[in-house]
Design a protein around this ligand. Structure first.
Ligand SMILES: Nc1ncnc2c1ncn2[C@@H]1O[C@H](COP(=O)(O)OP(=O)(O)OP(=O)(O)O)[C@@H](O)[C@H]1O
Ligand SMILES: Nc1ncnc2c1ncn2[C@@H]1O[C@H](COP(=O)(O)OP(=O)(O)OP(=O)(O)O)[C@@H](O)[C@H]1O
Ligand SMILES: [Mg+2]
Ligand SMILES: [Mg+2]
Lengths: 257, 257
């Protein structure tokens, strides 16, 4: 049964999409079958794995709100062993459409249950907000991976995020209380100045062993890869960016044991 | 009558808050009376100008959804001549609360009309989404300032943003069609690699004279200032970050002529 991991942080630009795409690709390179779910109307993850949004027949909105079967909306990506449930601008209407449904928090959980056994991992990329779309991701996942940029505003927002996760764990999923924190991932560490390292120490003090050993440095190849519709593993396999995401994949697999 | 400028981009982490706070502060330093409106539940702009959220009696939610008068919720910031309508986590419920109101797109426009004449400029910091909260900001403003990070994903999202602005200009504000684009601001340009400059050229080709001459470089002081609850003008007035936001303020004032 595929493990479902949501990549969540309401702070914008902290590396959610970059992590979802490149962790997914690193697991796929190790031979795991991976499904990426793009829940962001910006559809960065969809573009980042080489999908042309104009050629898509269906997207995540058709599955969650329409009545398209999940398996029919899933497409192969430019990465071997990595499929994606793609996003388009249609998802901009998802928040308000979900609000009117019965069991509105569990729509994604229900729709993924029909395909999750075809994959070893399902990784969900979330938009930068804590609304119903992100709540759906938290209710559908076994665990959540929290990217935290090594900057001040990103640190400030963590309490809000933890409160939301606690609400999901206690009120929405009491029967399954099993939403765990997969780990906190420090991202975009700029080793040219001390400020980033102060944030690293703060986060480690707060989250202790929940912080991944792998820290993602600022790396230009990670910025450029998506403009070619490729993961870092395909675009620049020997770069530091590719190496650290392989290390992260190894840590995630080790968590499973 | 105060000019109302909204700082909008649904892409996360592109420098919306950093621009709203530091453009506001640069105008205030020139002696202009400025009101900052923080519409983001993350309340980064509120923290960035030194407000302690725990001591606030009212916030933007109380004004937009409750019946607190706008003037009663406004507080002075750590920056002289700069007041703020602050945000707290209460604003996380704003999107769904607005959805149920009559004239739901014009709530902010109505609430600001009682105070805008007390200021030369009103600057609205928006969350990273194109929902009702951001629509309210677009419907309340004379113009919109669009920060664009010099990176691929930020460029990819511009079409969605322009579509939303066009919808507001034609469908929501037909009588006042006057929502202008104040300008497109290139942010976080890293002069150590060529990739950023390629994005600069793309944006200039697309937006032509709408792109501000001022380009904001990556600058560590801009990252650190908010952790002290200060604008860059107070924290490090001789830094490159402070200088370019003063240049931007001069361009915005020149647009007025
Ligand atoms: N380690 C890194 N080094 C350099 N650039 C990075 C790194 N990780 C991400 N980026 C770049 O930073 C920007 C923000 O990253 P990304 O889009 O993945 O964040 P996000 O959290 O998904 O944003 P959003 O909140 O808009 O969904 C992107 O342009 C991306 O290419
Ligand atoms: N020119 C710059 N140089 C270096 N760092 C910057 C610059 N501008 C902003 N930053 C930093 O980049 C991060 C993102 O900026 P900011 O929070 O202003 O973006 P935003 O668009 O408001 O994000 P959100 O979408 O979450 O609201 C912050 O940590 C900020 O301190
Ligand atoms: Mg993203
Ligand atoms: Mg912001």
């Amino acid at each position: 049964m595929g493990k479902i991991i949501s990549v969540v942080n309401q702070k914008g630009g902290v590396g959610k999409t970059t992590t979802a795409v490149n962790l997914g690709a690193a697991l796929a390179y190790k031979g795991r079958k991976v499904l990426l779910v793009d829940l962001d109307p910006q559809s960065n993850a969809t573009v980042g794995v080489g999908i042309n949004r104009g050629f898509l027949e269906y997207n995540g909105y058709d599955v969650l709100i329409g009545d398209v079967a999940t398996v029919d909306a899933i497409v192969e990506s430019s990465v071997k062993n990595l499929d994606i449930l793609p996003s388009t601008i249609d998802l901009a209407g998802l928040e308000l459409s979900l609000a009117n449904l019965e069991e509105r928090e569990f729509q994604l959980f229900n729709k993924l249950s029909t395909v999750r056994d075809n994959y070893d991992y399902v990784i969900i990329d979330c938009p930068p907000s804590l609304g119903l779309v992100t709540i759906n991701a938290l209710c559908a996942s076994n665990s959540t991976l929290i990217p935290v940029q090594c900057e001040f505003y990103a640190l400030d927002g963590l309490t809000q995020l933890l409160n939301t996760i606690r609400i999901v764990q206690t009120r929405l999923r009491p029967r399954k209380r099993d939403l765990k924190i997969e780990g906190v991932l420090l991202t975009m560490l700029d080793n040219r100045n001390n400020f980033g390292f102060e944030i690293v120490n703060e986060v480690k003090k707060y989250f202790k062993e929940k912080v991944f050993n792998t820290i993602i440095p600022r790396n230009v190849q990670l910025q450029i890869a998506p403009s070619h519709g490729k993961s870092i593993q395909q675009f620049s396999p020997n770069s530091r960016g590719a190496m650290v995401y392989r290390e992260l994949a190894a840590e995630v697999e080790k968590n499973e044991e």
